[in-house]
Write a protein that binds this ligand. Structure first.
Ligand code: ASP
Length: 324
């Protein structure tokens, strides 16, 4: 029997992304193909990891823009399986930056792991003149090995982000994430951690929330939830077209509207959203503003996302609809 203090083994799961990307020229930071280099080779690029007891597994090899339910299910099942091993201290996942915030949100809300699950990535391919992946991977390992660490996090550019708050805010910089008003969870400096706020929420006992995982793994598909924007000159045409699909897997179950400012919605679009609600579609409003959240007030015409970004509110609603 291994107790929590003796668990020193780490698992690194590869899913692809730019961190595993390959370009034909070392000075090409955008024309590369993501998801080419095996996760074992990424680990081998970080000499310090040679001393660390690691298990390395390739779960997928994709560009994360192409994420699908099947990969999420395979990844969540693998994470859970390894977290259940008493000798495992934590799990590190290499992932593309583009949808890392969605995968992190999914894993945190479904598993709420009592051990650390650290997603990391890169903005430069493995073949770049100066790849950022090796340092990010090394930092992620430092977080996953930190005593007391728990929950799902994203580590990039020396910053530790909570899965719920993190968002990609820049398409090119090597420090592309921000945690908005909540702020970073901490930072990694020379493999040492400085924490600014508590670890993410976790289950009290056991390695993760088994019930949350089982519902995800049993799903044949995610309920259809579409994300639309309110903007100048908006109307209800898209909503009405979506309502036209009334049968089968394509049947619309939910709508998230990225509202202007404090979650306001163009009157013409709002009328169509109310029509959608009346026909049984769940409608949620978030703010399209990059920072802050909708400040709740009496008389709000639509249900509020509770501070989630539009993208995360869409996933949260799909997961919620899976349960009903
Ligand atoms: N451009 C992406 C990245 O930075 C590719 C991906 O998300 O897989 O990782």
């Amino acid at each position: 029997m291994v107790n929590a203090n003796q668990a020193r083994r780490l698992v690194v799961l590869g899913t692809g992304g730019t961190i595993a990307g390959r370009a034909t020229r070392a000075n090409d930071n955008v024309g590369y193909v993501a998801g080419q280099v095996a996760v074992g080779d990424l680990v081998a690029m970080v000499p310090a990891l040679a001393a660390c007891p690691l298990d390395v597994e390739q779960v997928a090899q994709i560009n994360s823009k192409d994420m699908v339910l099947g990969v999420w299910q395979a990844l969540a099942a693998k994470v859970a399986e390894h977290l259940d091993r008493p000798e495992v201290a934590g799990v590190v996942i290499t992932h593309g930056t583009d949808t890392i915030e969605e995968t992190a949100f999914l894993l945190q809300t479904r598993l709420r792991p009592s051990k650390p699950v650290v997603l990391t990535c890169a903005m430069r391919p493995a073949t770049a003149l100066v790849p950022d992946g090796p340092q990010n991977l090394s930092d992620a390992v430092a977080v996953a090995m930190h005593p007391g660490a728990r929950g799902v996090m994203v580590v990039c550019a020396g910053r530790i982000h909570d899965a719920i708050d993190v968002a990609k805010v820049h398409p090119y910089r090597t420090d592309p994430f921000d945690s908005g008003d909540a702020g970073d969870l901490g930072c990694v400096e020379e493999a040492q951690l400085r924490l600014f706020r508590p670890w993410p929420d976790a289950v009290r006992q056991g390695s993760h929330d088994h019930a949350g995982l089982q519902r995800l793994l049993a799903a044949a598909s995610l309920p259809r939830v579409e994300l639309i924007f309110s903007h100048a000159n908006a109307d209800g045409e898209v909503v009405r077209a979506l309502l036209g699909h009334t049968a089968g897997a394509a049947r619309l179950r939910g709508l998230v509207v990225a509202g202007t400012g404090n979650g306001t919605v163009h009157d013409d679009l709002l009328a169509a959203l109310k029509q959608a609600e009346a026909s049984g579609v769940e409608v949620v409003v978030a703010s399209r503003c990059a920072r802050g959240r909708v400040v709740p007030h009496a008389g709000q015409p639509l249900a509020d996302s509770g501070g989630l970004s539009p993208v995360k509110a869409r996933l949260a609603l799909a997961l919620q609809l899976l349960e009903v």
